[in-house]
Write a protein that binds this ligand. Structure first.
Ligand SMILES: NC(=O)c1ccc[n+]([C@@H]2O[C@H](COP(=O)([O-])OP(=O)(O)OC[C@H]3O[C@@H](n4cnc5c(N)ncnc54)[C@H](OP(=O)(O)O)[C@@H]3O)[C@@H](O)[C@H]2O)c1
Length: 157
């Protein structure tokens, strides 16, 4: 299980149920990493998308047993998501509650550090980076609303 998230310096990840930035290389990286794999998201993040993301198994977490998501499969737990993902990698793509549930279980973090304090209403949950080893870090990206860089972390054993 892999968490993928873009996080501002002040922890913000969302505003008005959308992303508070335009970061073209981040979207490209997201597409490259997740295509052909399974993605699981919260119902609100699902509703922020125009449609199911193509060439990926789209899983939507909701507690509403009658919720229907066109082009996606509804799930109630991460364990159910992992089962449906089977041999594919399972990317946890947010938002906050889903990240919080996945943090104790994930083995890798694919983070985008946005180098700015950004106004918003949803923050990434508390993250203790001491438990994680940074195994790769990109150069600073300058093609978006704010500068940013990618970093991959693996859980320390
Ligand atoms: N920066 C990033 O990388 C990033 C990534 C993703 C999203 N976002 C942003 O984050 C914001 C949305 O995040 P959010 O935290 O408000 O909402 P969210 O996590 O996307 O969705 C919350 C919903 O997920 C369901 N849910 C949550 N925990 C659950 C559990 N344990 N079991 C079953 N269902 C559960 C519930 O759906 P029901 O109410 O239907 O039961 C809950 O209302 C948006 O602004 C979005 O753009 C940012």
């Amino acid at each position: 299980m892999i968490i993928i998230a873009a996080i501002a310096r002040n922890g913000i990840i969302g505003r008005d149920n959308t992303l508070p930035w335009r970061l073209p290389s981040d979207l490209k990286r997201f597409r490259k990493l997740t295509t052909g794999q399974a993605i699981v998201m919260g119902r609100k993040t699902w509703e922020s998308l125009p449609f199911a993301l193509p060439k990926r198994l789209n899983l939507v977490m909701t507690r509403n047993p009658t919720y229907e998501a066109d082009g996606a499969t509804c799930v109630t737990t991460l364990a159910e998501s992992a089962k449906l993902a089977a041999a594919q990698d399972l990317y946890v793509i947010g938002g906050r509650a889903i990240y919080a549930a996945a943090l104790p279980l994930a083995t890798r973090l694919e983070l985008t550090w946005v180098d700015a304090d950004v106004a918003g209403d949803v923050a990434f949950p508390d993250l203790d980076l001491a438990a994680w080893e940074c195994v790769s870090e990109s150069a600073r990206q300058e093609d978006g609303d704010y500068p940013y860089r990618f970093a991959t972390y693996e859980r320390k054993t």
